[in-house]
Design a protein around this ligand. Structure first.
Ligand SMILES: C[C@](O)(CO)[C@H](O)COP(=O)(O)OP(=O)(O)OC[C@H]1O[C@@H](n2ccc(N)nc2=O)[C@H](O)[C@@H]1O
Ligand SMILES: Nc1ncnc2c1ncn2[C@@H]1O[C@H](COP(=O)(O)OP(=O)(O)OP(=O)(O)O)[C@@H](O)[C@H]1O
Length: 303
């Protein structure tokens, strides 16, 4: 039985759907406090990349889950703990018996435990994809609560557009003025534990983000972002010395701004154009073929 508080609405379901799970980029992340349950209060400017994972959902006689992609192998032996399966089960619990068995394929292109929210983006894409496949929509509040249960980054990944996020990531405000950026993502393929980085924070009551999100030009936004921080970068740099090396490599290749995303270790460099970002990513790959470098454009707020 569907509970009335879920207020599901059913429409025509399809036999297969695909969803993109875009990498999440924390352009700024200020830690402004801590809740009694230990979670940290954050003030963030977030955007999303064109690059990401891909999920395919298909009606099937029984539930199934398969993986491919550069980083699929990393998650292959996780014994059913994948966030995609958690998202499937949570959504099925909310909508009831009309949620027929489904085969899900995850093409894992994003490095795991890397600060760009790959697992959260996959969970959000699963919620979006299965709502389409099962032909249902939940009320905005029910869906937001479900997403937050899966992780602090999942509500913003559901939106996958430029946002200011506050609280632990559940208070979302769109930033339609944010332009697209040409970007290179860099990761040394060393996973970072998010709780461990938070534990190492020296100060937890830093000033809130001060941005005026009405600046029309990319250069103005760059200057505004340069005046902000990622407060998780100093503790992450203690854990992963390669972060300093990656930031220096991105700068040497012409990045206008470099910073770490989330709890790391992925760093991003913003470039003047996609051509310069692609050239930089190719040169960086030649220098360190054992690391991950990806040129990508971020989505614009007006898109
Ligand atoms: C750092 C960010 O990536 C910024 O976007 C996110 O806040 C992390 O989001 P996430 O990976 O979805 O995190 P969760 O899976 O919800 O939390 C993992 C762990 O990180 C710590 N954590 C996370 C978020 C937060 N605001 N404060 C915390 O202290 C908690 O120990 C938590 O148990
Ligand atoms: N689909 C998935 N993709 C990636 N990691 C997953 C997935 N499902 C479960 N996980 C687990 O979740 C943990 C965090 O992985 P994820 O790649 O989302 O981290 P992250 O990029 O640091 O996220 P965030 O930026 O939200 O902190 C890993 O330890 C991983 O084993």
């Amino acid at each position: 039985m569907m509970s009335s508080e879920n207020r599901s609405q059913f429409s025509v379901s399809c036999s297969s759907v695909s969803e993109k799970a875009r990498a999440k980029i924390n352009l700024a992340l200020h830690v402004t406090g801590q809740r009694p349950d230990g979670y940290h209060l954050l003030d963030m400017l977030v955007t999303f990349a064109d690059h990401g994972d891909r999920l395919d959902f298909m009606r099937s006689p029984a539930d199934a889950f398969t993986l491919s992609g550069r980083f699929g192998e990393v998650l292959a032996g996780d014994g059913g703990t994948n966030l995609v399966l958690k998202a499937r089960d949570l959504l099925r619990g909310a909508i009831g018996p009309l949620a027929f068995p489904v085969s899900i394929h995850l093409e894992k292109n994003l490095p795991v435990a890397s600060g760009i929210g790959g697992g959260s983006a996959d969970a959000a894409a699963t919620l979006r994809g299965l709502m389409r496949l099962w032909g249902t929509t939940l009320s905005a509040e029910t869906l937001a609560a479900l997403a937050l249960k899966l992780g602090a980054d999942v509500p913003m990944c559901l939106e996958s557009r430029p946002l200011i996020a506050r609280g632990i990531g559940e208070e979302l405000e769109p930033v339609p003025e944010l332009p697209a950026f040409a970007m290179v993502l860099a990761n040394p393929l060393k996973g970072v534990s998010t709780p461990e980085v938070f534990r190492r924070l020296a100060t937890k009551n830093n000033p809130a983000l001060s941005l005026t999100p009405s600046r029309p030009q990319a250069a103005d936004w760059l200057a505004a972002i340069a005046a902000t921080r990622n407060d998780l970068e100093p503790p992450a740099r203690e854990l992963v010395p390669e972060i300093a090396a990656m930031a220096a490599m991105l700068q040497a290749r012409g990045a206008l701004l470099t910073r770490m995303s989330g709890s790391g270790a992925t760093c991003f460099g913003i470039f003047a154009s996609m051509t310069s970002a692609e050239d930089a990513a190719a040169a960086l790959h030649d220098a360190r073929s054992d690391w991950y470098f990806q040129a990508t454009e971020t989505v614009s707020g007006g898109a």
